[in-house]
Design a protein around this ligand. Structure first.
Ligand code: FAD
Ligand code: PHB
Length: 391
């Protein structure tokens, strides 16, 4: 088999890249180790930046999102139960975010990929990028026990944090910058109406909590927990009691309890791998960087990367210029680092850290109170939250 771009991974980065290339008439094949149901079943991100919304619309994939997604013009912060609002629309000159789950985005991308004949090979085992530093890269994998090979011009490693692509960059070249946080998020999904029509990010003495949603009838709540927390120790009632306490009485009065149908713990990590290109291999999305979910940036960063990568590859095939692909890593990383900073900062002012003493907690409260009264500070949060420009 031969194609121009071999894409590894059919998550948001890989699938979005395939759509972008397909619209430009650039041939690509996706190799994915799982099946479609597994990918669509993963409960992950919930908030789309304006940039991501714009891209889905540009690709003609905004139909269901426009009908079912919830446009949010503001977000809320709480300090020990006291709430204040950040008017993100007003502070950014009109930008908003869209609450539309990653599962829904994936469903729309897969449905349309099938209609457009985008080629995806599911259940591909032992996928390996080969000869990435040479002039004739290829990818091998096993399909029903048979070894297969895909020759290509370039390989896009969109295979997430646990993928194989990043490991193909020699250790002498690869630099990783990392912060592992001493806590995780325990999240639940329940078919109950949200406590508030906007998200509430809460800093509480007992730890962080987030009230989010998927629709007017489906809520997503998170609480900060220990990384080694046992799910079995968190029956629904205990979770509801804890989240209500951390959100504070004003919000707790509106928390509608119900049985959870999903409950999981996600560890929190900041990580960036440089460079995002080695020879014929490009990394995009979680394969190259991870952010803690506090800023709602993970999926959106993956999308920004592939917008840059698709532009670079399109330029290469249309004008023969390699300058776009040569600049891809630096261009993507410049924006990635800003989102890393925002996600790290937002995590640091909202969570309880084990080493935190009275002074450190007072600093958090002071920072949030400053934010509450300062248009400049609110604008910083708002412009990052809706997504920085694609430069
Ligand atoms: P992924 O979505 O990880 O996709 C990678 C794909 O590659 C997967 O389909 C995988 O099966 C495939 N793959 C992996 N290895 C191989 C291989 N060897 N061969 C072939 N295929 C392979 N972000 C937010 O903004 N908000 C959130 O609330 C949020 N919650 C999250 C919760 C969890 C538990 C996790 C793990 C992530 C969360 N994220 C969140 C982050 C967000 O979901 C990711 O940033 C986003 O999915 C990145 O997309 P991606 O395509 O780069 O990687
Ligand atoms: C979610 O709804 O899953 C969600 C929302 C906002 C975040 C993180 C997760 O910052």
């Amino acid at each position: 088999m031969r194609t121009k771009i071999a894409i590894i991974g059919a998550g948001p980065a890989g699938l979005m890249l395939a759509h972008l290339l397909q619209r430009e008439g650039i041939d690509a094949v996706i190799l994915e180790s799982r099946d479609r149901d597994y990918i669509e079943g993963r409960v992950r991100a919930g908030v789309l930046e304006q940039t991501t919304v714009n891209l889905l619309e540009r690709l003609g994939l905004g139909g269901r999102m426009g009908r079912e997604g919830l446009i949010h013009t503001g977000t809320k912060l709480a300090i020990d139960g006291e709430i204040f609002r950040i008017d993100i629309q007003e502070l950014t000159g009109g930008s908003t975010v869209m609450v539309y789950g990653q599962q829904e985005v994936m469903r729309d991308l897969f449905d349309d990929a099938a209609e457009r004949g985008i080629k995806i090979i599911f259940n591909a085992a032992e996928v390996r990028p080969r000869e990435v530093a040479g002039s004739r890269p290829y990818v091998t994998w096993r399909e029903n026990g048979t070894e297969r090979r895909l020759d290509c011009d370039f390989i896009a490693g969109c295979d997430g944090f646990h993928g194989v692509s990043r490991g193909c960059i020699p250790k002498t070249v690869l630099k990783t910058f990392e912060r592992v946080y001493p806590f995780g998020w325990l999240g639940i999904l329940a078919d109950v109406p949200p406590a508030n029509h906007e998200l509430i990010y809460a800093n509480h003495e007992r730890g962080f909590a987030l009230a989010s949603m998927r629709s007017a009838t489906r809520s997503r709540y998170y609480i900060q927990c220990a990384v080694d927390e046992n799910l079995a120790d968190w029956p629904d009632e205990r979770f509801w009691d804890e989240v209500a306490r951390r959100l504070g009485p004003e919000t707790a009065a509106h928390v509608v309890r119900g049985p959870s149908f999903e409950k999981s713990i996600a560890p929190l990590r900041s990580s960036v791998t440089e460079p995002m290109r080695h020879g014929k291999l490009f990394l995009a999305g979680d394969a190259a960087h991870i952010v803690p979910p506090t800023g709602a940036k993970g999926l959106n960063l993956a999308v920004a990367d592939v917008i840059f990568l698709a532009e670079a590859l399109t330029d290469f095939y249309q004008s023969g210029s390699a300058s776009g692909i040569d600049h891809y890593s630096a261009r993507a990383l410049a924006r990635v680092w800003k989102a890393e900073r925002f996600s790290w900062w937002f995590t640091s002012i909202t969570h309880r850290f084990p080493e935190m003493d009275g002074f450190a907690r007072k600093m958090q409260v002071a920072e949030l109170n400053y934010m509450r009264g300062s248009r400049a500070a609110q604008t910083m949060l708002a412009e990052n939250y809706v997504g920085l420009p694609l430069q």
